[in-house]
Design a protein around this ligand. Structure first.
Ligand SMILES: *[C@@H]1O[C@H](CO)[C@@H](O)[C@H](O)[C@H]1NC(C)=O
Ligand SMILES: *[C@@H]1O[C@H](CO)[C@@H](O)[C@H](O)[C@H]1NC(C)=O
Ligand SMILES: *[C@@H]1O[C@H](CO)[C@@H](O)[C@H](O)[C@H]1NC(C)=O
Ligand SMILES: *[C@@H]1O[C@H](CO)[C@@H](O)[C@H](O)[C@H]1NC(C)=O
Ligand SMILES: *[C@@H]1O[C@H](CO)[C@@H](O)[C@H](O)[C@H]1NC(C)=O
Ligand SMILES: *[C@@H]1O[C@H](CO)[C@@H](O)[C@H](O)[C@H]1NC(C)=O
Ligand SMILES: *[C@@H]1O[C@H](CO)[C@@H](O)[C@H](O)[C@H]1NC(C)=O
Ligand SMILES: *[C@@H]1O[C@H](CO)[C@@H](O)[C@H](O)[C@H]1NC(C)=O
Ligand SMILES: *[C@@H]1O[C@H](CO)[C@@H](O)[C@H](O)[C@H]1NC(C)=O
Ligand SMILES: *[C@@H]1O[C@H](CO)[C@@H](O)[C@H](O)[C@H]1NC(C)=O
Ligand SMILES: *[C@@H]1O[C@H](CO)[C@@H](O)[C@H](O)[C@H]1NC(C)=O
Length: 571
């Protein structure tokens, strides 16, 4: 324990920026541009050629796993035609994990583990294990993105392994006993201070190298120390491409979302995605090679062909961008239970950074100077040299569905985990689904299609926020949309074994609380095991679109599932 006077001196030095730590690897580097620099930007819709190639590889892996999973839940005769060689478009599954800080990460982890074949006692008839291994895409937003990114970047560790680490008191990947803000605990203020000083130096170096910085750098680095025990500062998003699990297409393709910062909240807000290959927007048909994010480009070409950038796509920075609730954390600083020097440290950092650099994450705009499309929806993403991005949930769409609704991704069923906290008691009320449903009626949403969902009043009145619900079963009702959207299997956060409606601003969980959240999420994904045909019904939802394409009526067994789980609008 340090004396309070040396701490006071250190705080002053931190405030002045003079407390420097070891030099860092956080700073992006300059490299010469690839010889074909027109490949850095893509102004077209559709999948990138790299994603198409990856998905073909993944399809070959998921098809037998999915078939074997389904054959344990459904009569084989039901599956014959769906998996026959004549049927070229096999069922395609995706998962989407909502935002909601640690609440979403932990409850979402439990839900995801219900579909993972590596979870204990989770395989065979009546069990859901194996669907995650059959999925093509996994999208995460904010806290949901902390989950997906920390799994993918830790060699796709299973939630079961993390739970086992915690139970056996081994040092665990998600030890969030101490707050993100005071990672060494209140007893070690000097350690906390040095951590923040290191972070501050990292950011200073990035700024000195000529890159825009913001408070999100601070937040993203603090987060990455929680999730990436080794080499937090130099973990590069695009490095996922060369990891074995990803390059062999063994597990789903992760996608993270953020949106353009607007002073006035608008339905026309552009949604951006980060995927292992690209950063960009489907709505504007503009994508950039993510490995070179941070490069100054004009009209699609590098401003200086010997000054391309690598390493701007720091994974922690992307974690922070998708979860830019730091501004709310800053505004709530008095209510976070922080005391003494930790609170002082943060106040200093927040006040010096926010005033100077603002709240949203800044990115050199890769689309600057490109011809604006006739449909720019007033968002001007080609007019400014920097792009400002915020939490993907700021427009109400807390579940990252938009990337999974693109026709070209051919998703048939989305498992949508909702850990939003809309009601007074911090449970979801369906707002996120409704916001996505409403988006498709706007010009900016014209490329997506989404099933009918009711408004939040009806959603809550009919208790749709308290059980698993299938949206969009009847494709006839959807025939007027731009294309037939996936079936959405909605799974809300609900209390079964643990009160999982914790605050978004709860920034530390004891090991017991962590385990309680995860177990409750697992139970919610099984709807508390209250239906012996549950895994069958989930399987019926997975093959429904394939059957509709082949004009096959559902089996009697599936029809009774749909009667139970499908929500349809009354016209
Ligand atoms: C350069 O990249 C563009 C876009 O990816 C591609 O269309 C073009 O064929 C490439 N040219 C060469 C010479 O590789
Ligand atoms: C479908 O067939 C496989 C073997 O071909 C068998 O293991 C499985 O139990 C069958 N499923 C059902 C529901 O009868
Ligand atoms: C889970 O599924 C994968 C892919 O099929 C398989 O390689 C692995 O052995 C399975 N693990 C368990 C524990 O069943
Ligand atoms: C805990 O750590 C020990 C030593 O590293 C290891 O042998 C053991 O397998 C770990 N247990 C779990 C459940 O991870
Ligand atoms: C998590 O960290 C706390 C505080 O440092 C420690 O007491 C606890 O044993 C750790 N838990 C695990 C599972 O490592
Ligand atoms: C391009 O960048 C290189 C390397 O930083 C620099 O030496 C050169 O002067 C720059 N060229 C122009 C035209 O700015
Ligand atoms: C959204 O964009 C459309 C045109 O693309 C425009 O007509 C509409 O006024 C915009 N709405 C808002 C709220 O900015
Ligand atoms: C887009 O540009 C137009 C014209 O330059 C301007 O009036 C409008 O405010 C800009 N919108 C945004 C969101 O910056
Ligand atoms: C969580 O939900 C329960 C029951 O719905 C409620 O009693 C409790 O106050 C809620 N907790 C919070 C933090 O809102
Ligand atoms: C919600 O939808 C119901 C049924 O369509 C409608 O009666 C009600 O007015 C709507 N409520 C709001 C607040 O829009
Ligand atoms: C789907 O909706 C159409 C139009 O309302 C209706 O005619 C048809 O019976 C419905 N199909 C099923 C399977 O419920």
């Amino acid at each position: 324990m340090q004396s309070s006077s040396s701490l006071a001196v250190a705080l002053m030095l931190l405030a002045s920026g003079a407390l420097s730590a070891a030099t860092s690897v956080y700073q992006p580097t300059f490299v010469s541009c690839p010889s074909n620099s027109s490949s850095l930007i893509r102004s077209s819709s559709g999948l990138s050629s790299k994603e198409s190639e990856w998905v073909s590889k993944r399809d070959a892996i998921t098809e037998p796993i999915l078939k074997s999973f389904l054959s344990q839940q459904l009569a084989n005769s039901t599956l014959d035609k769906v998996f026959s060689d004549d049927n070229e478009q096999k069922p395609k599954v995706a998962f989407a994990v909502s935002g909601g800080s640690y609440r979403a990460m932990l409850a979402g982890a439990g839900m995801l583990s219900a579909f993972d074949n590596r979870t204990n006692d989770n395989n065979g008839a009546g069990k859901l294990g194996g669907l995650l291994q059959s999925a093509t895409y996994l999208a995460g937003l904010s806290g949901g993105n902390w989950l997906t990114t920390s799994l993918a970047f830790n060699d796709w560790i299973s939630v079961q392994d993390i739970v086992d680490q915690i139970k056996s008191d081994n040092s665990s990947l998600w030890n969030i006993t101490n707050s993100i803000l005071a990672p060494f605990g209140a007893a070690e203020p000097m350690e906390d201070l040095l951590r923040w000083a290191t972070i501050r130096t990292d950011i200073q170096n990035k700024e000195d190298a000529g890159f825009p910085v913001s408070i999100i750098d601070l937040w993203g680095l603090a987060l990455s120390y929680q999730f990436f025990p080794t080499g937090a500062e130099n973990l590069i998003w695009s490095s996922l491409q060369s990891s074995d699990v990803f390059s062999n297409a063994e597990m789903p393709f992760i996608i993270s979302t953020a949106e353009q910062y607007n002073e006035v909240e608008s339905i026309n807000t552009t949604i951006f995605e980060f995927n292992p290959f690209e950063f960009g927007s489907w709505e504007h048909s503009k994508f950039a090679d993510i490995e070179f994010l941070g490069t100054d480009l004009k009209n699609g070409s590098p401003v200086n062909s010997s000054k391309c950038v690598n390493g701007f796509d720091n994974a922690g920075y992307i974690l922070g961008t998708s979860a830019a609730l730091f501004n709310e954390v800053a505004a709530n600083i008095d209510n976070l239970g922080l005391t003494g020097s930790v609170k002082q440290i943060l106040e200093i950092l927040i006040s010096s950074w926010a005033a100077e650099n603002g709240i949203p994450a800044s990115y050199p705009n890769p689309f600057y100077g490109l011809d604006a499309e006739s449909q720019d929806f007033g968002s001007n993403i080609t007019l400014t040299e920097d792009l400002y991005l915020v939490d993907g949930g700021e427009d109400g769409e807390t579940i990252p569905l938009v990337p999974l609704l693109q026709k070209e991704r051919e998703v048939d069923a989305i498992f949508a985990f909702d850990m939003d906290a809309n009601t007074e008691q911090l449970w979801p009320n369906g707002l996120s689904l409704y916001a996505t449903y409403a988006r498709q009626a706007q010009p900016i949403g014209s490329e997506i299609a989404f099933p009918f969902v009711p408004n939040t009043t009806v959603f809550v009145d009919e208790s749709l926020n308290e059980k698993t619900v299938f949206f969009g079963c009847n494709s006839t009702l959807l025939s007027e949309l731009s294309h037939i959207p996936p079936v959405v299997v909605y799974i809300p956060n609900k209390e079964y074994t643990y009160a999982s409606n914790t605050s978004t601003f709860k920034l530390s969980y004891t090991d017991e609380e962590t385990l309680g959240m995860i177990e409750n999420g697992y139970t919610a994904a099984y709807q508390n095991n209250d239906d012996s045909s549950y895994a069958t019904c989930i399987s019926c939802a997975v093959i429904l679109r394939s059957q509709q394409r082949l004009d096959i009526s559902p089996s009697e067994e599936c029809q009774s599932c749909f009667d139970k789980y499908c929500w349809e609008p009354t016209v």
